[in-house]
Unconditional design. Structure first.
Length: 164
């Protein structure tokens, strides 16, 4: 029985440590943005923090959260924090993403992850999901879902991370 507990404890530690360092490879990936340009995430990351917002056009909580994220991106743009929208619509719906992004007034870059490569790499299984990655590429915060006033929690978390 002790061996089984030890094994599961070891598996948990390995999973947690690999999850926190997965961010290292995030910035090595190349994606297509909504303008059709190939972009390297390393060129889009923030000097101090990068906020990745995983969303889709069909996701109602995602749509509710985006205006709040736009406000936060404007508030922190001079603090070394960059926001990146990571759209998870299927390839069949990818043509809708650009006009949809414009209609929402998204001011930060949006990349297409139509095949859910980044989503799967980061073990994300629900939308919306927000991930904050520090300058070393470590995932330092994750938030799943959206409820009213979640932006207050996110703002406090960003401020705390900037002050570390």
């Amino acid at each position: 029985m002790k061996l089984i507990k030890y094994f599961f404890g070891l598996v948990l530690i390995v999973n947690i440590s690999s999850y926190s360092t997965m961010g290292q490879s995030i910035f090595n990936n190349t994606f297509v943005d909504i303008e059709g340009n190939e972009v390297q995430l390393s060129e889009m990351k923030g000097e101090k923090l990068t906020v990745l917002d995983f969303w889709a056009t069909w996701c109602k909580p995602c749509i509710k959260s985006i205006p709040k994220l736009i406000q936060l991106s404007e508030e922190f743009k001079d603090s070394g924090v960059n926001f990146i929208g990571v759209n998870e619509d299927s390839p069949r719906n990818s043509s809708k993403v650009k006009p949809f992004s414009y209609s929402l007034g998204i001011t930060y870059p949006v990349i297409l992850d139509s095949d859910q490569v980044l989503m799967n790499d980061l073990l994300i299984n629900s939308l919306p999901t927000l991930i904050i990655v520090n300058s070393e590429g470590e995932i330092v915060y994750t938030h799943v879902g959206y409820s009213n006033n979640d932006e207050i929690i996110l703002k406090q978390k960003i401020e705390a991370l900037l002050n570390e």
